[in-house]
Design a protein around this ligand. Structure first.
Ligand SMILES: *[C@@H]1O[C@H](CO)[C@@H](O)[C@H](O)[C@H]1NC(C)=O
Ligand SMILES: *[C@@H]1O[C@H](CO)[C@@H](O)[C@H](O)[C@H]1NC(C)=O
Ligand SMILES: *[C@@H]1O[C@H](CO)[C@@H](O)[C@H](O)[C@H]1NC(C)=O
Ligand SMILES: *[C@@H]1O[C@H](CO)[C@@H](O)[C@H](O)[C@H]1NC(C)=O
Ligand SMILES: *[C@@H]1O[C@H](CO)[C@@H](O)[C@H](O)[C@H]1NC(C)=O
Ligand SMILES: *[C@@H]1O[C@H](CO)[C@@H](O)[C@H](O)[C@H]1NC(C)=O
Length: 483
């Protein structure tokens, strides 16, 4: 009798619990979002597409990249809604795909295979981009001509100029980030393909030596071909230290650890100018992205020194970074929209909540492992609080926001329809086999119709700080997706 009574009470409790959950917390299928976010990379592929290509409205493109100078530079990814291969952000996206996979592969099920393919698509290309001794290719495609045309990658006829850095035309940020991408990826492939892994690691250490020996920013050598598209604002020391930290993680070689220790002070007092002109002093403020690696270095290295007597400056800096993000922190350095989205000025805002949330999640795991909390003044943040903040950002992106819309294409019921993306907005070559030339795409750009091709998994720049989203192709700071 007593047991039956308990059973009824329990069942009532469960029912009440479910009702509360349904009413107050939107459920998002994170597995579906993960699958789609990896699928997105297939839509950005350049080169000869494999039979396994799932995003079938995309076809082969840029099959002669590099041929004009006798180098095979076919492959890699377009960075966003255009058809240029910008190797600096491409390398950062690759490093992040690799880091994500290293951290979370045991939860990835059948998506792991696709993530490995997405990483290899980049690393195969980076092996080509670093195959000529004394040169590292930094970019393929004239960005000015490309941005002037609204053209499918399959039709592209703008100059596919290859740009390289070298001894006298330095570019340490792009070279060192490619080195970081190669070494992080070598760790990913270590078990499943040791030969490929060893090739990536060997190349990574060569490219790192090149980047370190011929120090300089590609701003200087490639000027208007890289600026204002992907100017290096924070210099190249962060990429050199980042690559060295990854090389230490992969090899345990004291050479790389000493490199990190001897150079980290460069970041401590450096003044970084953010894209909007705001100066930051010091290395651990609320920034992590294709240009600025400081926070990533501290979080990455924190795992290696979590229990060591000397963890300075890495652990204090990792904590300081968290304190610039958390909404309740007295030293917060980001904004949150009324609907709860982390917001920084400069456009393509979703790069910030995604990359910063990634660091919060990873740091939460490292902290939890050592039973540590972060103290921001008199506010203590537990690992589960860090996870809660990151989850809030992910939920916002997937639909828990004032517009009830997902900012990932193809996810949920309501999502962006007019993304600023040439291939997605023009009819596919299957629907429209005739060439659409440079200006021929303009009517499609100007049309109010939804894009004909779903770039599934693409996360757009996102809403403005007031949570509004115009869903307009012309409004590229909000409607352009990026890798
Ligand atoms: C770089 O410049 C130095 C000094 O002008 C010169 O000696 C060297 O040959 C140059 N290197 C290359 C690869 O052109
Ligand atoms: C690169 O150029 C941008 C824009 O001119 C400038 O703000 C930045 O300081 C430069 N970076 C370096 C490392 O010279
Ligand atoms: C941290 O301490 C451990 C254990 O004493 C040691 O094996 C490891 O090499 C140290 N790591 C660093 C980066 O100094
Ligand atoms: C935190 O650590 C505990 C005990 O090791 C573990 O059970 C739990 O899954 C960890 N949580 C996270 C988010 O890693
Ligand atoms: C979003 O969903 C909530 C809860 O269902 C509803 O109250 C609100 O009116 C919706 N807002 C919009 C803009 O559709
Ligand atoms: C983009 O949309 C915002 C908000 O609706 C608006 O303020 C801005 O002027 C738009 N920019 C362009 C280039 O259309």
């Amino acid at each position: 009798m007593g047991g039956e009574y308990m059973g009824i009470v329990l069942r009532m409790f469960v029912l009440v619990g479910i009702m509360v959950v349904v009413e107050s917390v939107a459920f998002h299928d994170y597995g579906d979002a993960l699958t789609k976010s990896i699928l997105f990379y297939e839509g950005q592929r350049s080169g000869k597409l494999p039979p396994s290509q799932r995003m079938t409205w995309r076809k082969d493109s840029a099959l002669r990249d590099g041929f004009q100078i006798g180098v095979d530079l076919v492959g890699g990814y377009y960075d966003a809604g255009d058809n240029v291969k910008f190797n600096f952000p491409m390398a950062f996206s690759t490093t992040m795909l690799a880091w994500s996979t290293l951290e979370f592969q045991k939860f990835m099920d059948q998506d792991l295979q696709h993530a490995l393919e997405a990483i290899r698509w980049a690393t195969d290309y980076f092996l080509k981009a670093t195959s000529v001794p004394g040169f590292v290719f930094a970019q393929v495609g004239d960005p000015w001509a490309d941005h002037n045309c609204w053209e499918r990658p399959e039709d592209m006829d703008t100059p596919r100029t290859p740009f390289a850095v070298s001894e006298n035309f330095t570019g340490s940020e792009v070279s060192a980030e490619i080195a970081a991408a190669l070494v992080a990826s070598s760790m990913v492939f270590k078990a499943s393909d040791p030969v490929y892994s060893a090739t990536l690691l060997k190349r990574a250490s060569m490219v790192f030596d090149f980047a370190d020996k011929y120090r300089g920013s590609y701003n200087e050598s490639l000027g208007p071909w890289v600026c204002p598209f992907y100017c290096s604002y924070s210099g190249y020391m962060d990429e050199l230290i980042w690559a060295a930290a990854w090389l230490y993680k992969a090899t345990n070689s004291p050479y790389y650890w000493n490199y990190v220790l001897e150079n980290i002070h460069y970041l401590e007092n450096s003044v970084i100018t953010n894209i909007d002109g705001t100066p930051y002093v010091g290395g651990s403020f609320a920034e992590f992205g294709w240009d600025t690696k400081h926070a990533g270095i501290n979080i990455l290295v924190s795992k290696l020194v979590m229990t060591n007597a000397s963890s300075t400056p890495f652990l204090p800096n990792a904590d300081k970074f968290v304190c610039t993000i958390l909404p309740e922190s007295p030293t917060i350095f980001v904004n949150y929209s009324p609907g709860g989205l982390l917001f920084k000025p400069g456009g393509s805002n979703m790069q910030h909540p995604t990359a910063l949330s990634f660091l919060l999640l990873v740091y939460a795991r490292y902290l939890n492992h050592s039973n540590r909390v972060v103290n921001c003044g008199n506010v203590a943040a537990t690992p589960s609080r860090l996870i809660e903040v990151a989850k809030g950002q992910v939920d916002y992106i997937l639909g828990s926001n004032p517009l009830n819309m997902s900012y990932m294409v193809g996810f949920g019921q309501k999502f962006p329809q007019r993304i600023h993306h040439r291939g997605s907005s023009l009819p596919s070559t299957t629907q429209h086999p005739e060439r659409i030339d440079c200006q021929g795409g303009t009517p499609y750009f100007l049309s109010y119709n939804p894009n004909p091709n779903l770039l599934i998994g693409a996360v757009v720049g996102g809403p403005d700080i007031d949570d509004s989203y115009p869903d307009s192709r012309a409004n590229f700071t909000q409607s352009e997706p990026t890798t």
